[in-house]
Design a protein around this ligand. Sequence first.
Ligand code: FE2
Length: 437
Amino acid sequence: MAPTSIIDETKASVQQLPLDKKLDEQEVQNLIQKLASIGPVGSAQHNTKGRTGYDTEWVNKIPETTRQRYEKYGIDVSKGYPYIPTIDKIPKFVDEAFAIRNEEYPFIERGKNADPEKKALFGAAKDVINLTPYVGTEIVGLQLADLDDKQKDELALLIAERVVVFFKDQDLSPKKQLELGKYWGQVEVHPQANRIGPDYDGITVIWQDYFNEKGGLGLSFQRSRQGTSRWHGDLSHEFQTAGITHLHQDSIPDAGGETIWSSTYGAYDKLSPAFKEFLDGKTAIFKSAHVYLSRENPLKGPKHVEREHPIVRTHPATGWKYLFVNRSYTTRIVGLLPEESDAILNYLFSVIENNRDIQVTFSWQQKLPGLKSPSDAHKTYRGTSALWDNRIANHNVIHTNESIKGRHGTRVASLADAGYFDPDSKSQREALGLSLD
Ligand SMILES: [Fe+2]
């Protein structure tokens, strides 16, 4: 049955019900089944229009350098692009979505036992450039695809210390990107996000033009604070939240589309000792970006997956405390009145978002050897990778409908630990012997 007819039929069923009538069990079940068969509810921020399967219209709009990358690595997009799992594979009810990865799995913190001097990684690089004193490092002259395990461990430690690490001029297949992600943790497989195809679970397509025009994101010059251009952390609602997250941009606009990362080690250190003491040990509720139906009351509107995490956590590799909240997905601090929670969370968000000294802004543009100017780079596939630890960062893309034109990439997120707070751990500045004034 076509989705529209199910929607019409369901609407008609609902309209026929007297408002004060209590539904009997069978009527409730019938309505639930009809609602569940309509399609995925989608993202809370997009009007996804319930599309699933291959997109046959936008396959022709794949950016040139992305197409070069896919052709080089034998990726067939002839059936359409991007791809969303078919309706039978997508959870409809929030309890089904909550059940995904809702249990502890073994996690190895790869940076924990790495060489603190990172001799294997730095020794092989042409240059290592710190972009700010404590946030953001660019590694020059190394291909991610060629790293050995020792270097991958050292890179994991570097990311844990520097929050985000960049590699420009990369030649990286999606398969290799996935393989790297699996080394650093269980790779998140999103139940309803866009991907390359049905055989590419774990690689999420990040294509803002597509989200905007086809996905209903609705970016415009005046509505630029949508989607990833709001401050957020990825996947903070997961049982084990995202650690190393790797976005590889294989198509980069000539100008614009920069990303800002803010260190939540730094944000924690901006707080007074008394306020730190108040927050230590508290937990908060985190919601998913995508929404589902409530099984008890599917007519009540979409529901987010929600999980509780400590808001001050200790990073297993560095041993440093960090703040774990983000404006898009942290909804309330457990145990406080709503007004208290709102006031405190808004203050914490402002510390993360407004302190430029704990942030790095990264321009994805690159000058490639043999090209006359950086603006020629978008004609030849050599991608740029950013690898950040979502536990210790919030991020935000500077974009409007204009500056994202032509931006396309693939993202692989390695899930990390479930989050813990060690009251004996130190903050970054305490551990490094820096002034806390
Ligand atoms: Fe993001």
